[in-house]
Design a binder for this molecule. Structure first.
Ligand SMILES: Nc1ncnc2c1ncn2[C@@H]1O[C@H](COP(=O)(O)OP(=O)(O)OP(=O)(O)O)[C@@H](O)[C@H]1O
Ligand SMILES: [Mg+2]
Length: 489
């Protein structure tokens, strides 16, 4: 609380809380005028509002003795004090609350945009599977000298570009299937460094500051490579005249205070990956929007604005968080924090790919989208497989109950009406233990897929897929090379 002289705007009295909030001693306060705390302009405005309505605005920005700007909710009344006219101000520091509100708004916005993007991407993926799939079928059916071959090829190419875009949107909305592994980020950075150097050109110096004994993280290596690439490309673009680009790794322990001031972070031991540049930096309005999909300040054709959205989605889905520090003209540092785990890195056995052999097996296909189902059926029949197909789970059950021979593979959509793909697979495998399962989906509800993939002999194919990728995956699963299976001889 303050009391100040309405004529001279000098402080007459302050309470203890004001002393500790503003950092001035009582004696110092008495030497000050309102303008020393509000600034000349706001002090004039306050005086004017007091004299005209007696009801000044309630939110002000004050400066403390240390020079810190704080946001203050204020109520001022005119009183008599020592026989003169004075203002009694009751103040509350709302700086932290306002910042948290702003972060919450930001998080809610990202959540909403993510739902929208994920929903569109899902339906779009189904359509793209059909477009590129049939495009490819037409293309491969046309004789090499057919004038329409070129047109078909363009359709397939455009479809693939669109699929790449939808993949980024799915990444942003945290709906892609991650294949996490225990990783050493230093190894990942080193493995990419030659490529990164080539990417940024000769005018930019690449510095690696890698901490020894870096903690391990559990994340999808392909996705983390994408994170690093996106950050490095942004840093490069911010330094058109050249500069220094630093990639740093470190073990950090985020404390409660730091985590609380960054809504997306949690306290605890983290592995940090930071990309810094000495480029043109960002102003506040850019910083406020940079994770939004399609937000870009680059000229059309130079950026789509999906880079940081993808980074955001991947890191959040991997249980981590992000922090961006940037000022105009001061360069930018983006820090990625991932949970640190206590497990050794698993080195992978070399994957031996089988030559594609013609199919002879019987496959039960369940997919409610008729066009996708037809495409999958036709593709696999061309490979020589015998196909039984159903448009929904109950029909699939009936077919499985009545079919006399053995069914080597079940291919099923994950999200279906009535019974989920996972539940259907459980029922069918329960009766036919020899049957393997291949899930396909464009909408990757991770919990369903995770629980499905934990079953033995199952694998996952992300929509949209090309007929070639489908045939390859089916072969791999049948030959015991599916993602979650042990090798079978
Ligand atoms: N290191 C940086 N320095 C300055 N500005 C940056 C930096 N990184 C990102 N930005 C700003 O954030 C915006 C969004 O970045 P984002 O990576 O999402 O999209 P983009 O780089 O514009 O396009 P895309 O990554 O899809 O090619 C950029 O357009 C730029 O204004
Ligand atoms: Mg970018």
């Amino acid at each position: 609380m303050w009391i100040f002289d309405l004529e001279t705007q000098k402080f007459l009295a302050v309470n203890k809380a004001a002393v500790s909030l503003y950092g001035y001693k009582r004696t110092e306060f008495r030497q000050l005028r309102l303008a020393d705390i509000l600034g000349e302009e706001d002090a004039r405005r306050l005086a004017k509002e007091m004299s005209t309505s007696g009801m000044p605005a309630s939110l002000w920005r004050h400066r403390t003795k240390a020079g810190r700007l704080i946001e203050v909710e204020t109520a001022v009344h005119e009183i008599r004090y020592d026989g003169g006219r004075a203002g009694l101000a009751v103040l509350m520091d709302v700086t932290d609350r306002r910042r948290l509100e702003e972060q919450l708004r930001q998080a809610q916005k990202m959540e909403a945009v993510g739902m929208l993007a994920g929903g569109v991407a899902h339906d779009f993926n189904n359509l793209l599977t059909i477009i590129t799939g049939y495009g490819q079928l037409i293309f491969s059916n046309l004789p090499t000298d057919d004038p329409n071959r070129h047109s078909a090829e363009q359709i397939v190419k455009a479809g693939e570009r669109a699929a790449a875009l939808t993949r980024q949107l799915l990444a942003f909305s945290r709906r892609q299937v991650l294949q996490p592994k225990v990783l050493d980020l230093n190894m990942l950075v080193k493995a990419l460094s030659t490529m990164l150097q080539r990417l940024i050109g000769e005018d930019i110096e690449l510095r690696l500051v890698l901490t020894n004994d870096l903690g391990r993280v559990n994340a999808d290596p392909g996705q983390l490579e994408q994170v690093l690439m996106n950050l490095v490309v942004n840093a490069r673009d911010a330094m058109p005249q050249g500069g220094t680009l630093t990639v740093e790794t470190a073990n950090v322990n985020l404390d409660e205070d730091y985590a609380r001031s960054h809504l997306a972070l949690k306290a605890g031991p983290r592995v940090m990956l930071a990309v810094s540049d000495t480029g043109y930096g960002m102003d506040e309005s850019t910083r406020a929007r940079l994770f939004e999909p399609f937000f870009t300040t680059k000229t059309p054709g130079k950026g789509t604005g999906l880079g940081l959205s993808t980074v955001f989605g991947i890191i959040k889905q991997s249980g981590g968080g992000l922090d961006v520090a940037s000022e105009p003209g001061q360069g930018t540092t983006v820090r990625v924090y991932l949970p640190s785990i206590n497990q050794p890195v698993v080195t992978e056995d070399e994957v031996v790919h089988s030559a594609s052999s013609p199919g002879t097996e019987t496959i039960l296909l369940v997919e409610d989208d008729e066009m996708v189902r037809t495409l999958v059926r036709e593709t696999l029949q061309r490979e020589g497989y015998k196909l039984l197909d159903a448009s929904e789970p109950l029909e699939a059950r009936r077919i499985a109950d009545n079919y006399k021979g053995s069914i080597q593979l079940l291919i099923t959509d994950v999200v279906m009406p009535k019974i989920s793909g996972g539940a259907l697979a459980k029922q069918i495998v329960g009766q036919r233990p020899e049957t393997k399962v291949l899930y396909m989906s464009g909408y990757t509800d991770t919990t369903i897929i995770k629980s499905g993939l934990e079953q033995e002999n199952s694998a996952f194919l992300q929509k949209p897929f090309t007929p070639h990728a489908l045939a390859q995956k089916v072969r791999d699963v049948l030959e015991g090379d599916g993602r979650t299976q042990g090798a079978r001889k």
